[in-house]
Design a protein around this ligand. Structure first.
Ligand SMILES: O=C(O)CCC(=O)C(=O)O
Ligand SMILES: [Fe+2]
Length: 293
């Protein structure tokens, strides 16, 4: 991902775009986030979730507008079924968290990891803008990279995994997700041509999802529960202004539309979209349906 070599950059962009067009995600290894830090992040997330309940309780809250929260199933009261997972959620930008909003056991590692992810996120928005034939700063200029949050998931081992699910089928609610998954357990699946396909962990790799006017697929995915061991993952959601009030409207990018490529969705604000996504919960249906034209 080094800048400079124009031909190499073009090749990376082509791969990113074609992978997103065909599969809705891609895996990257040469991303600038040190492997040592990725492993440390997964380990610290595991340690946080495996502390005695009284040490975790201070962070327990269900308010998704809070700067940080620790909860089991953000959509517990909305979705038709619960997922077998707990999550520590922390907003990173535009306003960085106060130290006391992050559990001490995670604090330093989480901040170091987020510095690297933020740089990678910005670079990915540039590459994707360019790949779509837009100005390099297009997606950044419309605030896609303005706000983001980190979700530290923990999927406890499950005595009867066939009766439940780690994360129900969904497409992410943000512009771009950077996912770090456990090195030891293959549980993530993506829906490709109506079939669930495993995305086994690759040492040192990060997974990236995107959303768009159906040109770059917003891939549907899920996580299976498993019997043997707890599984840990860290999802970084670049979701713009999220639940903060903003009147900026988002819709299919006008510069990419034509007589033959008409808008498939109406415009909406990030607030409206996010509120709808949360109210619906992970019910297996696409949140985009409401906005379809
Ligand atoms: O745990 C994972 O690997 C995926 C989590 C996920 O899909 C999400 O947070 O949206
Ligand atoms: Fe997801």
């Amino acid at each position: 991902m080094k800048k400079g070599d124009a031909q190499q950059r073009k090749m990376i962009i082509d791969q990113v775009i074609s992978s997103c067009e065909n599969y809705g995600f891609f895996q990257i290894v040469n991303h600038g986030v040190p492997e040592r830090l990725m492993d440390e992040m997964l380990e610290k997330v595991r340690m946080f979730h495996e502390q005695p309940a009284e040490d975790r309780a201070a962070f327990y809250r269900r308010n998704l507008a809070a700067n940080s929260s620790y909860h089991s199933n953000f959509d517990l009261f909305q979705a038709p079924s619960a997922n077998w997972r707990d999550t520590f959620y922390c907003k990173i930008a535009p306003t960085p968290p106060k130290p006391e909003e992050i559990p001490a056991i995670l604090r330093d590692t989480l901040m170091q990891y987020s510095d690297h992810v933020e740089k990678l996120g910005l670079e990915l928005f540039e590459l994707v803008s360019e790949g779509l034939g837009l100005n390099q700063n297009y997606l950044k200029d419309i605030d896609c990279a303005k706000g983001w949050a980190l979700l530290c998931h923990y999927y406890p081992e499950c005595p009867q995994p066939e009766l439940t699910i780690g994360t129900a089928k969904h497409a992410d609610s943000d512009f771009l997700t950077i996912l770090l998954q456990d090195n030891h357990i293959s549980a993530l699946q993506v829906l490709h041509k109506n079939q669930w396909v495993d995305v086994p962990p690759v040492q040192g790799a990060l997974i990236v999802n995107l959303i768009s006017n159906d040109r770059l697929k917003s891939v549907e995915h899920r996580v299976l529960a498993n019997l043997e061991n707890p599984r840990v993952s860290v999802a970084c959601f670049f979701h713009g202004t999220h639940l903060e009030p903003s009147t900026r409207k988002y819709g299919p990018i006008k510069e990419l539309l034509s007589e033959t490529d008409r808008p498939k969705y109406r415009e909406t604000t990030i607030y409206e979209y996010t509120t709808h996504y949360h109210a619906k919960g992970l019910d297996g249906k696409s949140a985009l349906t409401l906005f379809q034209l």
